[in-house]
Design a protein around this ligand. Structure first.
Ligand SMILES: Nc1ncnc2c1ncn2[C@@H]1O[C@H](COP(=O)(O)OP(=O)(O)OP(=O)(O)O)[C@@H](O)[C@H]1O
Ligand SMILES: [Mg+2]
Length: 405
């Protein structure tokens, strides 16, 4: 099994997928823009070969270079788990006539309007929306959809350039702020709680499923600095309250023609108990959600994903043992971390429930919380009981405070 894996060492969790591929018996041909000498030592033993390209986002250039590089070798798979490269991987597969998701199918996981059109066409509940390019299109769409609405890039990630608009002053501001965005989606704002629906699929059918709760909704996590974002996987994900989301998620996979691999969907649970589609990616969620899923069931989805995409089998035990919470912290002040308060007490309270403590240490420069949900570090905990996992997560959110100057 010879696998081309795009971006095998960046973002950092890709190292784990590279390892997974090697562990299930694949020869991994990595392609990335990290210089060969700069590859992290953890990834090297798992790479069979590596091609450094000048710009990994330059699709035509990467396609030519990879084609030249592999000229005399038979390749069985072209894969990536990083959102910006999902279409490039599909284009390479198409050029070489390989199995796996087609360009057209990949578009349904990447372009938010095509995605919603396909999900809507399957009769599923999707926010009303319009594709908009110019200011006058935004204004016309806003007129039609009404306030509150959401204005966001068609191919966005990380809630970047995503705005909630409640009146015409907000609209003016959002139009100004999204000036650099070539194409946007203007949509009805859906009230309610927000969850994920994550899967590892074989032929579009989940071999593994997960639901996690966003506390609060990502748009708030990403726009209010003092918030410590919390995400908790739900051990009892098949409870009646959440089943509409699970059922919606499975139907979305059918509607979009999912093949093999990870998906990460976001959905809303309205006050009336209805599940509404948010968005979906044909790749895993970021910000450690795969680690959380692993801790939920004591499994290794990095390797199971690899087994699925190479051999179409999934061997891990999917029984859910824990609710696993992650809490991202943001320091007060700018510059370098100077102090962490309340950590000792929280660690004591968490006891056996603690899984990881990775807060940035004093002396380390702060991360840009707008650029990465990882912010200034995190703690991960797990507990079989939801209320306890929730309580400990919020104890970290409110009880641990970091400072910087
Ligand atoms: N129609 C909507 N109604 C209510 N909230 C919305 C809507 N669309 C987006 N949001 C909020 O904005 C967030 C970001 O939107 P979306 O997930 O589409 O963009 P993204 O940039 O791909 O996000 P990310 O990479 O953070 O998942 C959502 O998680 C949700 O909190
Ligand atoms: Mg999103």
């Amino acid at each position: 099994m010879r696998v081309v894996f795009l971006a095998p060492s960046y973002p950092p969790e890709m190292i784990q997928y590279t390892r997974g591929l090697a562990e299930v018996g694949a020869q991994v041909f990595g392609v990335g823009d990290t210089p060969r000498e700069g590859l992290p030592k953890e990834v090297r033993p798992h790479l069979f070969d590596y091609l450094q390209v000048p710009r990994i986002m330059d699709e035509p250039d990467v396609m030519d270079r990879v084609s030249n590089w592999l000229r005399r070798r038979d390749i069985d798979r072209v894969l990536t788990n990083w959102e910006p490269l999902v279409l490039l991987a599909a284009r390479l597969r198409e050029r070489w006539g390989m199995p796996g998701m087609s360009v057209d199918t990949a578009l349904g996981f990447r372009d938010k309007e095509i995605m919603k059109e396909r999900v809507r066409a399957a009769g599923l509940r999707v926010p009303r929306s319009r594709r908009v390019k110019t200011e006058s299109e935004v204004r016309a769409a806003a007129e039609e959809i009404g306030f509150p609405l959401i204005l966001k890039p068609i191919a966005g990630a990380g809630s970047a350039d995503t705005y909630r608009v409640t009146d015409s002053a907000d609209l003016d501001h959002a139009i100004l702020a999204t000036r650099g965005v070539p194409e946007a989606s203007c949509e009805e704002y859906v009230e309610g709680e927000e969850f994920t629906f994550d899967t590892v699929c074989i032929d579009g059918k989940p071999a593994y499923e997960n639901v996690a709760a966003y506390l609060p909704k990502p748009i708030e996590m990403r726009s209010i600095e003092w918030i410590s974002p919390v995400i908790i996987t739900v051990r009892d994900m098949y409870q009646p309250r959440l089943m509409p989301g699970v059922e919606l998620g499975r139907k979305v996979l059918d509607a979009l023609g999912m093949t093999d691999g990870f998906t990460h969907m976001e959905w809303f649970l309205t006050p009336k108990g209805e599940a509404v589609f948010g968005e979906i990616g044909g790749r895993p969620g970021g910000a450690h959600i795969v680690d959380q899923m692993n801790y939920t069931s004591d499994i290794d989805l990095f390797r199971e994903w690899a087994r699925v995409v190479c051999w179409k089998t999934f061997e891990a035990e999917t029984r859910r043992k824990y609710n696993c919470g992650i809490v991202f912290k943001r320091a007060l002040g700018r510059g370098r971390i100077t102090r962490i308060d309340g950590l000792g007490d929280w660690l004591h309270a968490a006891g056996e429930a603690l899984v990881e403590e990775r807060l940035l240490r004093p002396g380390t420069p702060r991360r840009n919380w707008k650029h990465t949900l990882l912010s200034d570090g995190h703690v991960i905990l797990r507990h079989p009981d939801w209320d306890e996992a929730y309580r400990l997560s919020f104890a970290a959110a409110t009880g641990i405070q970091m400072y910087a100057e």
